[in-house]
Design a binder for this molecule. Structure first.
Ligand code: 5AD
Ligand code: SF4
Length: 439
């Protein structure tokens, strides 16, 4: 019996990338073999994202291309998973002839079994059930040799129901992992050479809710900080309404917690924030950032923002720009509002025309580029700690690493520095990176 060769294609967020890594680990443990060449595959798995319409359209055309491979390989099995699969369920099978099975984000551990059912008996299968205590949460992707960084899921799902967002519908209710499982996983990763972990969850700040342990996110970080051999801790994503003083205070005090936070603000106008059901005001947000900078003056702050939410007037949009001027984010991920079926915002009136959304996005991105450049140039002359990740993408003569504030630095240095922490003197700041010298 030839070994079952599989190929995984992932769309969307870090959470999906991590889910795919877990799935691949599970499949390899089950006797499957992974390939990077889709034409070699007997099984193609597509892990999908549904956060914005544009991403969803791209995925559908990609699935269409994979389907064509069945013409030369009739035994090819195609499985589609993740958020889009959860959203469309059985109707995905009707829409796309050629998909053999559909698995939701809670059915990752069912995939090997689903493949063997399809191979034995044929016919399409769908598993989009929501479950608690998902087994796959405890699957630790095997670190690749030389990996310095790893993602660790600490919770999944979301209870916030921001009015534009599909995540609570598609990923289910919040569920935190027991802290000991998380700590054991990080110890395992560290034993395999990992130096930096990013704790993952849709809303990491509400970690602990529903656990018997009586633990909160800032307690968890403190325990992780005590793990020997670990050098850096990051986390994503934070919700401004749940960012406690306790957690903010950890930034100044815990040695391994990096001076970086991703804190989505979405919009600068209070009426839009209320329509989005974000649970904080512009003033609350500004006060959170002010406190973060008081406790930790060097902290880098990145954020997400959206333009063209229903009802966003020019004045509302200007309030977003004004907020950016006040805060001056180190980095900003920005999007045009995209209507998603099943969300509350669908029923809101005063939709913004697509052309106007594009105009606003361009203005916002131009402003952010100015701020990013300004923040990066402000690093010139400083000496910063950099974890060396490998050879630079720009030049094979250079090495690259990342500062604790999550900025990329290129510098001249020997390859043997890979995995080491070095101090670099920053000599130049650009839009996407810094330049440094060994000091
Ligand atoms: N339209 C546009 N952007 C969205 N996001 C989430 N849902 C939507 C949507 N319907 C953005 C938010 C969120 C980021 C992950 O994606 O800014 O923080
Ligand atoms: Fe979506 Fe809001 Fe939950 Fe983030 S916090 S996943 S934007 S509902």
């Amino acid at each position: 019996m030839p070994r079952n060769i599989f190929y995984i294609r992932t769309f969307g967020c870090q959470m999906n990338v991590h889910d795919s890594d877990q799935l691949a680990t599970m499949m390899v443990d089950d006797g499957f073999e992974q390939t990077e060449d889709v034409r070699q595959a007997q099984v193609i798995l597509v892990n999908t994202c549904s956060i914005r319409e544009k991403v969803a359209q791209k995925i559908i055309s990609q699935i269409g291309r994979y389907r064509q491979l069945k013409e030369n390989n009739p035994d090819l099995v195609i499985g589609v998973g993740g958020c889009l699969a959860q959203h469309w369920g059985t109707s995905l099978l009707k829409k796309n002839v050629g998909i053999d099975f559909v698995f939701g984000p809670h059915a990752l551990d069912k995939v090997p079994e689903m493949i063997s059912r399809v191979q034995k008996r044929g016919g399409a299968i769908v598993d989009t059930a929501f479950r608690t205590g998902i087994t796959s949460l405890n699957i630790c992707p095997r670190p690749h040799n030389g990996d310095l960084q790893a993602f660790v899921t600490i919770m999944q799902g979301c209870d916030n129901f921001c009015s534009y967002c599909v995540v609570p519908n598609l990923r289910g209710r919040e569920e935190s992992r027991p802290s000991q499982d998380i700590i054991n996983e990080i110890r395992f990763l560290v034993a395999h050479g990992v130096k930096e972990v990013t704790l993952l969850g849709q809303n990491v700040n509400s970690y602990g809710k529903g656990l018997d342990e009586g633990i909160c996110f800032s307690d968890l970080i403190k325990s992780i900080d005590a793990i020997d051999g670990l050098e850096r801790i990051r986390f994503t994503t934070s919700h401004p309404k749940d960012l406690t003083d306790d957690l903010v205070d950890r930034f100044g005090k815990l040695g391994k917690l990096c001076e970086y936070i991703h804190l989505p603000f979405q919009a600068g106008s209070n009426s839009i924030l209320a329509r989005m059901n974000r649970g904080y005001t512009r003033e609350d947000y500004l006060a959170r950032v002010e406190r973060l900078r008081e406790v930790c003056p060097d902290i880098a702050v990145s954020s997400d923002a959206m333009v063209g939410f229903p009802g966003e007037t020019t004045a509302d949009f200007e309030a977003t720009l004004e907020m950016m001027e006040i805060i001056r984010f180190d980095n900003l991920f920005s999007f045009k509002y995209s209507e998603r079926e099943g969300t509350k915002a669908v029923s809101l009136d005063q939709k913004v025309p697509e052309k106007e959304k594009s105009r606003r996005l361009n203005l916002l991105q131009a402003l952010q580029d100015r701020h990013t450049l300004e923040r990066n140039k402000a690093m010139v002359g400083k000496t910063v700690e950099v974890l060396v990740e490998g050879i630079s993408k720009n030049s094979s003569k250079d090495m690259m690493g990342r500062t604790r504030t999550n900025k990329i630095v290129n510098f001249r240095g020997p390859e043997q520095l890979h995995g080491k922490t070095v101090n670099l003197h920053i000599t130049a700041g650009y839009l996407h990176s810094l330049r440094g010298e060994l000091s």
